[in-house]
Design a protein around this ligand. Structure first.
Ligand SMILES: [Zn+2]
Length: 197
């Protein structure tokens, strides 16, 4: 449905481009914005712009941060001999929220997927290998998908010869399910049941 008013249609299109938002939801959100107070819309617009402007990837681990290094990398309370490897920065939030892990992270920003043209060089693998001095265990927590498994196997082959323990989290998650949707209990079991690969 077009309103035939350019700025309304552009707003609907912008919402419809967001993940999980269909055209009907996009219309509802757009009309909600138009019905909102000017100050509320400004707070919303500024939140979008400021998050995009101020948030970047941690130069050490690839997690999201508002400074050059993230709080986890800088924290003296974290176990500095363990690195958990994840596909996306949003996965760090999931694991942190579950309170089951106190080591460091490394975010790959994707998984190896030849069909999508994503190879090892497209991921943050070199920076992971550069962090492995003094590391005793690398926990591969990529998603339990074909791509996540392929990435875990690739990393295990690279890291095993270095004499570092490499583990893969157990399959407590449904096949094809993302780390993102895992609850605390499942994540705890998946971590406890991790196996050396
Ligand atoms: Zn970091």
């Amino acid at each position: 449905m077009q309103s035939f008013i350019k700025d309304i249609d552009l707003l609907i299109e912008a919402f419809a481009r967001l993940p999980g938002i269909g055209i009907k939801s996009a219309q509802r959100l757009a009309f909600h914005i138009l019905d909102s107070k000017q100050t509320e819309v400004e707070v919303f617009a500024n939140a979008l712009l400021n998050a995009k402007k101020n948030i970047r990837y941690c130069q050490i681990c690839g997690n999201l941060t508002d400074s050059s290094s993230c709080k986890i990398c800088l924290s003296p309370k974290r176990v500095k001999t363990q690195i958990m490897v994840l596909e996306q920065a949003k996965d760090v939030f999931v694991v942190e929220r579950s309170n089951v892990y106190n080591g460091l992270y490394h975010v790959l920003h994707g998984a190896i997927s030849p069909l999508d043209g994503v190879g090892p060089d497209d991921l943050s693998i070199k920076s992971l290998l550069a962090r492995l001095d003094n590391i005793k265990e690398v926990i591969l927590a990529t998603n339990p998908t074909v791509e996540g498994d392929a990435t875990a196997m690739y990393l295990a082959r690279l890291i095993n010869p270095l004499g570092i323990k490499v583990t893969r989290i157990a399959r407590g998650v449904p096949m094809g399910g993302d780390i993102e949707y895992v609850d605390q209990n499942t994540l705890e079991k998946a971590l406890e049941g991790r196996l050396i690969i």
